[in-house]
Design a protein around this ligand. Structure first.
Ligand code: BES
Ligand code: MN
Ligand code: ZN
Length: 495
């Protein structure tokens, strides 16, 4: 998509579609008023019929509006102008883009100069428009013989609020577009089936990114190399699979090479059958999405490389397939993690933590400023939060606070659960240092407690994205969360 800034009067803009906002009860925004005046009060007339009331997300197209040089004028409902917070503004933009896409408009101009979003500066809406534009143009095509039609829109222009520098608006558009494309990359990987998106496939996708960006170095460790590092826990998960496990290491350098990095760790279980503790059949296909944490790390690394963030960042992905077979790990088996701690595998379906713990230990070598792991870790997180909010657990309150705030700004929200001492004893084992199962209750917390045994050497936060990583039902598909949150967090870090 191409983006441009156009600050000409609305009657001089030549484009396929102009978008103006109309508030609740048909109250015209400044731009809509101007269009109304130029077009012989055609907007006022429509609003008076109450066919269009300006409800949030409502749209109506006027063809060949008099007095304007556009083929279409799209009225976009903004709802109550006093209630236009970031969430409603994003919803409004998305509705406008979806409507414009249906119209086959090659170029679309958004008149947003008078639109104020609560507790955001005037740049925010430009950034969000670009992000929404990218995500609205995503289509899944890879394994379909009949490809979905690509969106017709090729050019988005914007009339931003006055008083903002052109440079900062251009930057905001770039940032938003890069975030959107990172989200789409994560969705693409998440949506691919398990027989295509294997650990080796994820590794080659990461490698390709490394080839594309000079600032990004990608290394892949084989099972043999991981076994030399004593990653007995991670390897116990792939023991039953014919697919080789991979440790994907993506090192992004945006600062001096001795500057300590921030580290992202993604759970990349490309299919989770449960292993010998086999899952029930219903909706098991959705366990192809069990690598969405990994996909969000890869998507985020692509975005930060595109944006040339001035810090160092390492993305690590533990990529494995969890299968039952005669070589699979069995309940009761005891494995030794890279940290030296022994683990009793009481349930082979609690495999995510077994993968993550070794990758987290590997992260120690970077002496990281912070480590965030992202994982579709527990069904309990879905039960707790549904699909809107991700679970956050952390050993550092400042880090947790900053992630909560970034979640608000990016509309990719997280909420904290306690990581209190009382829960730790649920992981006691009679035969090993720790069990991989904390019993039937407080599953998201006990899973994080398990990880906390491997993260004592750094500031760490865990995001359980089991509820938000994909949608089920008719709209089944990966969401690309929490790429927006991660990019927001990394963008705020200074060297
Ligand atoms: N990948 C699943 C978690 C999951 C389940 C995510 C359903 C989204 C929807 C994970 O590996 C798993 O199986 N977790 C178990 C842990 C349990 C055995 C302690 C779970 O949540 O049931
Ligand atoms: Mn599992
Ligand atoms: Zn899993």
């Amino acid at each position: 998509m191409k983006y441009s800034i156009k600050t000409g009067a609305v009657n001089n803009i030549i484009t396929d579609c102009i978008v103006v906002v109309v508030w609740n009860k048909g109250e015209l925004s400044e731009e809509a008023k101007l269009a109304d005046k130029l077009s012989d009060k055609s907007l006022s007339k429509i609003v008076r019929t109450e066919d269009f009331t300006g409800k949030l997300g409502e749209t109506l197209t006027i063809y060949n509006p008099a007095g304007l040089k556009t083929k279409r004028l799209l009225l976009l409902g903004g709802g109550d102008d006093k209630k236009l917070n970031s969430k409603n503004a994003a919803k409004m933009l998305k509705a406008g883009l979806d409507a414009a896409n249906k119209l086959n408009a090659g170029s679309v101009h958004f008149c947003l100069a008078s639109i104020e979003v609560k507790s955001q500066n005037s740049i925010w809406i430009c950034k969000r428009l670009a992000q929404e534009t990218e995500t609205a143009s995503y289509r899944y095509n890879e394994t379909k013989s009949k490809k979905a039609k690509a969106v017709a829109t090729k050019l988005i222009s914007i009339f931003p609020a006055s008083g903002t520098r052109r440079k900062s608006i251009e930057l905001a558009l770039k940032q938003g577009a890069a975030i959107g494309s990172g989200i789409n990359r994560a969705r693409h990987l998440g949506n691919l089936p398990g027989n295509i998106c294997t650990p080796s496939y994820l590794a080659s996708e990461a490698k390709e990114l490394g080839d594309k960006y000079n600032s990004l170095t990608v290394k892949i460790l084989s099972e043999k190399q991981m076994s030399r590092l004593n990653m007995g826990s991670l390897l116990s998960v792939s023991a039953g699979s014919a697919e080789e496990a991979k440790l994907i290491i993506m090192e992004y350098k945006g600062a001096k090479s001795d500057s300590k990095p921030h580290v992202l760790v993604g759970k990349g279980v490309t299919f989770d059958t449960g292993g010998i503790s086999l899952k029930a059949g219903a909706a098991m296909d959705e366990m192809k999405f069990d690598m969405c944490g990994a996909a969000s790390v890869i998507g985020t690394m692509a975005t930060v490389a595109q944006l040339k963030l001035p810090i160092n960042i390492v993305g690590l992905v533990g990529a494995v397939e969890n299968m039952p077979s005669s070589t699979a790990t069995k309940p009761g088996d005891i494995v030794t993690s890279m940290s030296g701690q022994t683990i009793e595998v009481l349930n082979t379906d609690a495999e995510g933590r077994l993968v993550l713990c070794d990758v987290l230990t590997y992260a120690e070598r970077y002496k990281p400023r912070s480590v965030i792991d992202i994982a579709t870790l527990t069904g309990a997180a879905v039960a707790t939060f549904g699909s809107h909010v991700n679970a956050l657990l952390s050993n550092n309150d400042a880090l947790a606070g900053s992630l909560i705030e970034c979640g608000e700004n990016s509309l990719d929200r997280v909420w904290q659960l306690p990581l209190w001492e009382e829960y730790q004893s649920l992981l006691n084992s009679n035969f090993a240092d720790i069990a991989n199962l904390g019993g039937p209750r407080a599953g998201t917390i006990t899973a994080a407690c398990f990880l906390s045994r491997f993260t004592e050497k750094f500031k760490w936060a865990h995001l359980d994205i089991a509820g938000s990583a994909w949608d089920s039902g008719a709209q089944k598909g990966a969401t690309g969360r929490p790429v927006a949150l991660l990019v927001e967090y990394l963008s705020q870090q200074k060297v």
